[in-house]
Write a protein that binds this ligand. Structure first.
Ligand code: FES
Length: 86
């Protein structure tokens, strides 16, 4: 099972699949991160991914910068840990 590591915050949480996105996982664990539309459009939730890979089961229309992810709509890809620079 993947672990999501929030590097700057110094916390990590296990991805159980109960949440729809990495943003929701953070919020469920009382970690407040920036967001806007929560639909993959505005890029307000964009954060740098320093290791691991994410995927977008429902797609997105906003384009994250290279090496970044839209946390409101992404999930870890497979079982590898994902490190977020947040
Ligand atoms: S909150 Fe708008 S793209 Fe994630």
């Amino acid at each position: 099972m993947a672990k999501i590591i929030f590097q700057k915050s110094g916390v990590s949480f296990e991805w159980t699949g109960d949440e729809e996105s990495i943003l929701e996982l953070a919020e469920a664990n009382d970690l407040d991160l920036d967001y806007g539309c929560r639909m993959g459009n505005c890029t307000a939730c964009m954060q740098e991914v320093t290791s691991g890979e994410v995927e977008y089961p429902n797609g997105h229309t906003g384009e994250p910068d290279e090496g970044h992810a839209l946390l409101c709509c992404c999930q870890p890809k497979g079982d590898a840990d994902v490190t977020i620079n947040a």
